[in-house]
Design a protein around this ligand. Structure first.
Ligand code: PEP
Ligand code: CO
Length: 448
């Protein structure tokens, strides 16, 4: 890391996707308040995640990253948070069974409040207002007042993230994730689905293995009772990230203590901009989204810039090529990074390259396309000799109708029934569990 790096150094560069705040003194005030508040996560946890990711990089563990496209302040309620935790726990159990490896759970949660947008403005019926950029920046309602970026939302966002994380920690530490009692995390909606029988079979087979492991002393009660759970969000709004970037006693370097693993979005990763500049100075593991237009050499340069010491578990490359382009684009990126001997964790986000708009104007994703990108990705990694160590989903624990397909065969005409996403369409809990079951079967196939 270069000596001159400072959490605010990004300010001298062109930062994409930032709001145009009208009042800079309010920005300063919000940043000052944020800087004085206690951190949301600790450097020990960040280091623990990096070590776990190093295990993923070595092919010894698997990463499950998932949650909302955009969290909203209004949805900071116990039901929504618990449902999200439940579906991630269920999926991870299926993946433990399928991969025979520990699964590292990372939520898109407790800070996933800022969104990149393709346009700075939105026009409805001749009225043009700033685009909605996530609750951390402005409000969703199409009024001039709501759409005005408000710096104090950063302080509010910190508080909502703290409330969310507090509840997650209480649940995860308090026995909610207890492997003896997976019935605690059954979701009502999934109980009635075709996937329930397959899930229950896995649960009972895991119970048998637990009894066996206990009998031979290979697992402790404490391991079974607690569910490890980490947080992540897109490091998009740099004032928010920098204000929570701290030095901690007895450690070298700077930590972003707003989340365990920030990631750089596809739109802000390339071109060596302010987001890469900010992220190169933090000790956290950092995700980088890699889309179909990324040149493998540029991806390698970003990795080198973010991780000059080639530390294991530090960089997670999250490829999101889309089902139609993955065959053409993924191989070269994998080969180049492997040829350069760069240590990275590979993770597939099969959501963001598969977004389409229906005739009635709703954004959706097809279950079949999502699965097909995953299948192709596992196959291409195998061919190249790299390890696809993780998956990244936009999902919810609720019974929404945003993606089409899956066991309940949702069609475009079902979408309006419960379309709640503010930005991208998410898998509902049943589709998410089915996706985990499908990944487990890809991995258990002799050629998988
Ligand atoms: C996202 O993860 O919500 C997102 C916007 O992804 P990407 O940067 O890959 O488009
Ligand atoms: Co999204």
């Amino acid at each position: 890391m270069s000596k001159q790096w400072h959490p605010d150094g990004w300010q001298s560069m062109k930062a994409m996707q930032q709001p145009a705040y009208a009042d800079q003194s309010m920005v300063k005030d919000a940043v000052q308040r944020l800087s004085a508040l206690p951190p949301l996560v600790s450097s020990w946890e960040v280091e623990a995640l990096r070590e776990s990711l190093a295990e993923v990089g070595r092919g010894k563990a698997f990463l499950l990253q998932g949650g909302d496209c955009a969290e909203s302040f209004d949805e900071c309620n116990p039901e929504t948070i618990a449902a999200k935790l439940k579906i991630l726990l269920q999926m991870s159990l299926v993946l433990v069974h399928g991969t025979r490896k520990p699964v590292i759970r990372v939520g898109r949660i407790a800070g996933q409040y800022a969104k990149p947008r393709s346009s700075d403005e939105e026009t409805i019926d001749g009225v043009t207002l700033p685009s909605y950029r996530g609750d951390l920046i402005n409000g969703l309602s199409f009024t001039a007042e709501q759409r005005e970026p408000d710096p104090m939302r950063m302080v509010q966002g910190y508080h909502y993230a703290a409330l969310t994380l507090n509840f997650i920690r209480a649940l995860a530490d308090g026995g909610f994730g207890d492997l003896h009692h997976p019935e605690n995390w059954q979701l009502e909606f999934v109980k009635q689905s075709n996937n329930a029988a397959r899930f229950n079979q896995i649960v009972s087979s895991i119970r048998d293995s637990i009894s066996f492991m206990k009998a031979v002393g290979g697992v402790s009660e404490e391991d079974l009772r607690r569910a490890n759970f980490f947080t992540s969000h897109e490091a998009l709004l740099l004032h928010y990230e920098a204000a929570q970037t701290r030095k901690v006693p007895r450690r070298v370097g700077w930590y972003n203590l707003s989340t365990h693993m920030p990631w750089i979005g596809m739109r802000t990763a390339l071109g060596g901009g302010a987001h890469v500049e900010y992220c190169r100075g933090i000790a956290n593991p950092v995700g980088v989204k890699v889309g179909p237009t990324a040149d493998p050499k540029d991806v390698a340069s970003i990795v080198r810039l973010l991780n000059p010491s080639n530390q294991e578990g530090k960089i997670v490359l999250i490829h999101r090529m889309g089902a139609t382009l993955v065959g053409e684009k993924l191989r070269d990126v994998l080969s180049h990074i492997a040829e350069e001997s760069l240590n990275v964790v590979w993770c597939c986000d099969p959501m963001h390259g598969n977004t389409e708009t229906t005739d009635s104007g709703l954004k959706t994703r097809r279950f079949t396309n999502i699965l097909s990108e995953l299948e192709a990705s596992f196959a291409i990694h195998k061919e190249v000799g790299t390890y696809l160590g993780g998956v990244h989903f936009e999902l919810t624990g609720d019974d929404v109708t945003e993606c089409v397909g899956g066991a309940r065969k949702l069609t475009e005409s079902d979408l309006r029934r419960a379309y709640e996403s503010r930005v991208d369409p998410r898998l509902n809990c049943d589709q998410a569990l089915e996706m985990a079951l499908s990944i487990a079967s890809i991995l258990r196939e002799p050629n998988g």
